[in-house]
Design a protein around this ligand. Sequence first.
Ligand SMILES: *[C@@H]1O[C@H](CO)[C@@H](O)[C@H](O)[C@H]1NC(C)=O
Ligand SMILES: *[C@@H]1O[C@H](CO)[C@@H](O)[C@H](O)[C@H]1NC(C)=O
Ligand SMILES: *[C@@H]1O[C@H](CO)[C@@H](O)[C@H](O)[C@H]1NC(C)=O
Ligand SMILES: *[C@@H]1O[C@H](CO)[C@@H](O)[C@H](O)[C@H]1NC(C)=O
Length: 430
Amino acid sequence: MVLSKVFDSQFNSAMKVRASEILNGKYTTRNTHISIVLVLFTMLLIMLFPLSLMRDSSESSPKISSVTSLKNSTEVKQCHIFSGKWVPYTEGPYYNNETCLWIIDQQNCKKFGRPDSEFLQWRWKPDECELPRFDATQFLKVVKGKKMVFVGDSVGINQMFSLICLLSHVSQPEDISMKQTTDHTYFKRFYYAKYNFTLANLWSPYFVKSSDADTNGHSYDSIMKLYLDEVDEAWASQVEDFDIVIISAGHWFFRPLLFFENGELVGCNKCRKQNVTDLAHYYGYKKAFRTAFRTLINLRRFKGVTFFRTFSPSHFENGDWNKGGNCIRTKPYTKEEMKLDGNFLETYLTQVEEFKAAKKDAIKRGLEFNMIDTTEIMLLRPDGHPSNFGHAKNKNVAINDCVHWCLPGPVDTWNEFLFYMLKLGQTSSG
Ligand SMILES: *[C@@H]1O[C@H](CO)[C@@H](O)[C@H](O)[C@H]1NC(C)=O
Ligand SMILES: *[C@@H]1O[C@H](CO)[C@@H](O)[C@H](O)[C@H]1NC(C)=O
Ligand SMILES: *[C@@H]1O[C@H](CO)[C@@H](O)[C@H](O)[C@H]1NC(C)=O
Ligand SMILES: *[C@@H]1O[C@H](CO)[C@@H](O)[C@H](O)[C@H]1NC(C)=O
């Protein structure tokens, strides 16, 4: 049931997209069968574990990456990896639904019959250099003895599973979520024994303290209270243990929210209360990031490297996200076809501004803050989402997922960036 709850939470948060106004209990009920099947399937996989562990030591990445070029750190530093374009690439993805056993159903697009494959035939090409291919062996060398955590919502968890899949031909982790004292349904933890590498997520879609404020209880569009200057201890109390932090948030901020500061109601987003100022989601988003970054900077024991992954845009078309909207394109957009503007641009700029301000303070405190600048890159990938291929056909799921990303898929690129930046950091610090 643990797993099924994670799936539900993944789904729910997917849905809490934009305004977050989806299915209440209905999905959960319908989803129970599939979840049980999944749990059984996963148990089977766990029983097969020793096999994969045995393979662990013998295999290394079959693809020789161009990491050698990273040895020249001055050369690499000059490459702005986030400006470039998607180019055709026919060698295929790093893994598939048969070779990676960790793809959750909601992102296992091929399993649920996604017919087209062109979305797997593109690679990000920076203007100034080649993005090195992800090299699992090298990656594990870099993170050996370290602890890495994804802080935020289910899109961060999406990247975590992409990473697990990218590593899976070299090493399989043990799922140690159950050993945690915290809620192991939302807080997953994996351990790579051979590398003494811990990979985890800390669930905190707002970074700050939040609570339900709806008299009808929690649903996809229920109103919530956010205490913008009070950090969510669910992540803040644990993050000091980690060496590498990847932090991100987004879609939950689009729902109706009441914003509190100093314990006082200061405004809201979409709350439709006559005597409360509508400050729009940007206000809460900005302040929540400010609180999150300040927390990292002020935590005395925190010595980790921080990667801030920018907002991941959704791609609902042919209707609103809660009114049958979907994402059925099979090719990327070109830069001419799709520009970052409007709401997404504003959302992106809001967080980047906070990041830049925080980075200055982080540097003074001797901390490294990096940005994985994926917003515009992912805006060009309307073809990368599950849409309605995140569940079995006979499941009557009303909402298409145009928020999360298929695995394998363009989200794997985020980990190529992460690999590149980690490696670069290691190189430049000697
Ligand atoms: C690194 O690359 C730069 C530019 O290509 C070159 O000028 C420099 O000599 C290289 N440094 C080393 C140590 O190879
Ligand atoms: C993988 O996807 C194929 C369709 O491409 C499907 O037939 C198969 O059952 C899937 N396997 C797993 C383990 O999900
Ligand atoms: C594993 O790494 C942790 C730090 O993440 C370290 O404290 C511990 O001693 C390491 N254990 C072994 C067996 O190397
Ligand atoms: C706002 O309106 C609600 C209901 O109309 C009322 O209960 C509340 O006291 C009002 N708050 C303020 C600050 O005026």
